[in-house]
Structures are given as C-alpha cells and as structure tokens.
Write a protein of this length. Structure first.
Length: 219
C-alpha cells in the first residue's frame, strides 16, 4: 500500500477495482430498494443483512478530505464524487467527455432512484448534473473554480426512462470570474438550461479552503 492511511482509490491502487465493484453493487441495491414489492418478511431479513454489512464496513474509515493536499484530491478524491465517482453509489455515474473546443458533455439514463415529480427526475438532481458539467467546461478554460451562482431554468420535466444529454460550455472570463452555460435534453428537446458564474481560487488560498479555515473567502 502506497499510503499509510488509505485516502481512496487512485488509478494504481489495488483497491480501486473492488471498491468500484462495491459501488456498483450498492448502486444496484439502491435501485432494488426503490423498485421492490417484496413482502414484509423479506424486507426485514434484507434490512438485517444490510445493517450487518454497514457495520462491518464502518469498522475503519478513510482519511478526511480536509487532510488531503490538492494533488491527492485530484488524483484520488474523484472516485468519491457524487456525480462522476464510480465508487460513490449515489453517483449515476456520469462519464464526461470534453471536445477540442472545450465543450463538456455526458450521456446518462437515470432511474426511479432519482424521481421527483411522477415519471420525472427531481429538480435538484437536474441542477446537480448541470453543475458538474459546468465545472468541467470551466476547467478547460483555465484554473478550476467554485460555483458562485447557478440559475437553472426548468423548461420541461426531465424523464428518467430514456437517455439524457448534458452539455456545458465556457462563455467568458474576466479576471477570476468565469461564466458558463449548460443544458440537459432528451430526444433533442431541452428540459432545462442554466447560466453560471464561477470564481477561480487563488493558489495561495487553496490550502486554506481545503482546511476549511474560517478566514478563507470560500470556506
């Protein structure tokens, strides 16, 4: 093991494959929980089994993100990202592509795990996907930044029973202020679009931000 206290699976970490498999299995469990029509006895048995597994896994915890340096976060923490992290069962997970023009895009089909209104994706999940893609688009234009404002216009209910296309692109930079736009569509029809302002973090402030210092402007 390359680290005395495991921070998370890097590409060369032997735990990456089994942790990814654990994330996949847990994701499938989440799907089963919201879809099941099992009887009460089966539900109670499953609950006991799941609780026992959770207790075993909670016996040891990985190192806090606040203790990581920026390089470690970039190298490792992406595995736990709630949108693209393959280890995180909350993530769909998205696979993001960035073209030669810096336009970020991802295709994903969601499920009833993400349902808000009947037969539609919860609006908060829509915003989550858009914010992630905006971050990728902003990152291609210069130093990565933090979301300062995000305005989402919900045009139509976003379906979960078909493939969605999420797109984002950089629209301008002025000093540390970076603007970008995004949209999410299904079958060529826009379900939601957004405009965002990001603020790039000065290098000397990054360590403070990661530590959560109260004096940090973005803490």
């Amino acid at each position: 093991m390359s680290e005395p206290a495991w921070l998370g699976p890097a590409a060369d970490d032997p735990r990456l494959a089994p942790m990814t498999a654990l994330g996949d299995a847990t994701r499938a469990l989440m799907e089963a929980v919201v879809e099941t029509a099992a009887d009460v006895d089966e539900i109670e048995t499953a609950t006991r089994d799941i609780a026992a597994i959770a207790q075993r896994l909670n016996a040891t915890h990985r190192q806090s993100t606040l203790d990581m340096n920026p390089q470690e976060i970039r190298r490792r923490f992406v595995a736990y990202n709630p949108v693209i992290g393959k280890v995180n069962p909350f993530a769909p997970p998205l696979v993001v592509d960035v073209d030669e023009n810096g336009r970020a895009s991802a295709r994903i089909q969601l499920s009833r795990v993400h349902e808000g209104p009947p037969n539609a994706v919860h609006g908060g999940i829509v915003a989550l996907l858009i914010d992630q893609l905006l971050g990728h688009a902003v990152g291609t234009a210069g130093p990565p930044g933090m979301t300062a404002s995000l305005t989402v216009n919900y045009r139509k209910p976003t379906p979960y029973d078909r493939e969605l296309l999420v797109e984002a692109w950089h629209t301008g930079t002025s000093g540390r202020r970076v603007t970008a736009e995004a949209r999410i569509s299904a079958d060529g029809v826009t379900c939601a679009d957004a405009k965002a302002l990001f603020v790039s973090v000065r290098p000397e402030r990054r360590a403070e931000l990661l530590r959560g210092d109260e004096e940090s402007p973005l803490a």
